[in-house]
Design a protein around this ligand. Structure first.
Ligand code: 8YV
Length: 328
């Protein structure tokens, strides 16, 4: 029986299924391992079920040549050094598709909460400051009919575009590494534009691109300066895509109107400058967090581990070029 590490707390049902196939070392206390602790716990393991909080790079793989598969319970896998995996013939898997609509719901909700000042007004009410109606009280910006800008037009970006175009009559503009085929642009009337046009024309800009060295600080002071002063920015992608310090400055100087952030540079730490601002809605990386979707992500990660370590093709490999795996 292969030995695996389940690196974080997991649904008991998923864990029980894994235990039918493997000898499981389970981090039931849900400790976020230091790199050293993680390396210790990977001793003798053929597989690992990880989340975005566990970093597996060349040095970890070199220290554990018996490790064959890392199943990440996330669609994003910037915590895994895929070039290092490829070079060593180690398989990485992720959890696409099962979270697309759930994450798009949240992205749209966060964008709406940001535009309509929901967090700020709720804090005002809870603080007992609501003593009268006033004509301009918490007047925000409209979502319906406004131009929706999307940076990164993968599955989640397209699902957000559908919500905006079909449900809220929003013209959609987007920028991406590659343009969508016409039959995918057509139904949502999405217009492909360069990044400068996206920044200049979007009323509500939503970030849904993967994090990589190339997307680090894709939105910094220079980009924020190109946006409309009335625009909002929503980040449900990854911390590090936005320069949070530059964003805090832009928000405090009202160079854009508001931001909604579900992800942060260095999370779970949050730049203190953001915490002090009224015009930002902050959530703790929960865009995929519905009961059903998180179970589906856990199950898919388990399916990937079970298939790969049985020598079968896993449902959602990140680097299928390493298949078939040697030594399983
Ligand atoms: C995860 C995410 O919850 O899927 C992703 O890429 O960001 C979230 O859905 C998070 O990464 C924990 O693994």
């Amino acid at each position: 029986m292969h030995r695996i590490l389940v690196a974080r707390a997991l649904y008991p049902e998923t864990l029980a299924r894994l235990r039918q196939h493997f000898e499981v070392d389970y981090n039931g206390d849900d400790i976020v391992f230091s790199p050293r602790e993680l390396s210790q716990r990977l001793q003798g393991k053929a597989g690992a079920l990880t989340t975005g909080s566990e970093r597996i790079d060349a040095s970890v793989l070199d220290a554990h040549p018996q490790l064959r598969v890392v199943a990440n319970m996330a669609v994003g896998y910037n915590n895994l050094d895929i070039a290092a995996f490829d070079a060593r013939g180690v398989l990485a898997t992720n959890t696409p598709d099962v979270l697309t609509e759930t994450t798009a719901d949240f992205g749209f909700a966060l964008m709406m909460a940001t535009a309509r000042r929901m967090a700020e007004s709720e804090h005002f009410l809870r603080a007992g400051q609501w003593t009268k109606w006033r004509y301009d009280m918490f007047a925000g910006s409209d979502v319906h009919g406004a131009t929706l800008g999307i940076l990164g037009m993968g599955r989640i970006g397209q699902a957000i575009a559908r919500r905006g175009a079909l449900g809220f009559g929003m013209p959609v503009i987007y920028h991406n590494r590659s343009r969508l085929p016409a039959d995918q642009e057509g139904p949502i009337g999405a217009r492909y534009v360069d990044k400068a046009t996206l920044l200049r024309e979007a009323d509500h800009l939503v970030l849904v691109l993967p994090y990589s060295a190339g997307s680090h600080h894709a939105i910094g002071a220079a980009e924020l300066a190109q946006m409309k002063p009335t625009a909002t920015l929503t980040n449900i992608a990854r911390g590090g895509i936005v320069d949070d310090a530059a964003l805090a400055r832009a928000l405090s100087e009202r160079r854009i109107s508001a931001a909604g952030l579900d992800v942060f540079e260095g999370e779970p730490a949050v730049n203190p400058a953001l915490l002090d601002l009224p015009n930002v809605v902050l959530t703790p990386h929960i865009a995929s967090a519905t009961e059903r979707t998180r179970r589906a992500m856990a199950d898919l990660a388990a399916d990937n581990l079970i298939a790969a370590l049985a020598g079968s093709r896993p449902p959602t490999p990140v680097n299928p070029g390493v298949l078939p795996l040697a030594g399983v």
